[in-house]
Design a protein around this ligand. Structure first.
Ligand code: TMP
Length: 235
């Protein structure tokens, strides 16, 4: 396996939390400063993953929870092996719109699948890849669903009902607890960011958290400067 020298930053949160908007802003800022930034979304991000995404989100499809979980994993396995690991080996900053915390929230918390099964399948899909930082955008679930509904017709996941989304929301909140993080080292460092307010407000909070990532890095300073040129230029 190629050595890993880039940084993997994940944006997570409930529907409508603003992940995609914030990911695009972050990518723009890092690129403007000269960083090599690659962005992907889950499910999807590869030709196979995009086909799996269409199946998963098809509002007319009916699906067993285990089928759903394994399709998310299949998309992830393809993305990690063919896009994320090669980008990290190039020294890029990889920004992911969702990763396996979403599986833990939606398939374990929401659908009620056994955590041990999902964790094992996920470990197989990621081959043990641990994010350097996950920014967990926090918004009351109901508020997020209202924002998501305003974007257009609901997909299969969005149509899963109020109780399901309340469980997903509760699961995301549980990931902020230090005891949960200590019991799930595969998730890496998780930072909760308040997603209320304007995109500028939230963007400033996200930048603060990402800027602090270099402090926890185990890479030497020249690698940090390649990955996070924006902060090196500022120094
Ligand atoms: P989105 O990327 O447009 O938010 O749509 C992806 C949907 O899939 C969203 O409802 C969250 C859900 N999802 C899961 O249920 N499990 C997963 O592992 C991932 C990555 C997403």
């Amino acid at each position: 396996m190629a050595p890993r020298v880039g940084r993997l930053v994940v944006l997570e949160g409930v529907e409508g939390a603003g992940k995609s908007t914030q990911l695009a802003r972050l990518a723009d800022r890092l690129r403007a400063a000269g960083a090599d930034v690659r962005t992907f979304r889950e499910p999807g991000g590869t030709p196979i993953g995009d086909r799996i995404r269409a199946i998963l989100l098809d509002p007319d499809a009916s699906m067993e929870s285990r089928t759903e979980a394994l399709l998310f994993m299949a998309s992830r396995a393809q993305l990690v092996a063919t896009a994320v690991r090669p980008a990290l080996a190039d020294g890029a900053v990889v920004l992911l719109d969702r990763f396996f915390l979403s599986t833990y929230a939606y398939q374990v918390g929401g659908r009620g699948l056994p955590e041990a099964d999902v964790r094992a399948a996920n470990a197989a899909a990621t081959a043990g890849l641990v994010p350097d930082l996950t920014v967990l955008l926090s918004l009351p679930g109901a508020e997020g669903l209202v924002r998501a509904a305003a974007r257009g017709p609901s997909d299969r996941m969005e149509k899963s009902g109020h109780d399901f989304h309340a469980r997903v929301d509760a699961a995301f909140h549980s990931f902020a607890v230090p005891a949960w993080q200590a019991a799930h080292p595969e998730a890496g460092r998780i930072e909760v960011v308040d997603a209320s307010g304007t995109p500028d407000d939230v963007g400033a909070r996200v930048m603060r958290v990402v800027a602090s990532d270099r402090k926890s890095t185990r890479l030497n300073s020249s690698h940090r400067c390649i990955s996070y040129a924006v902060f090196c230029l500022k120094k």
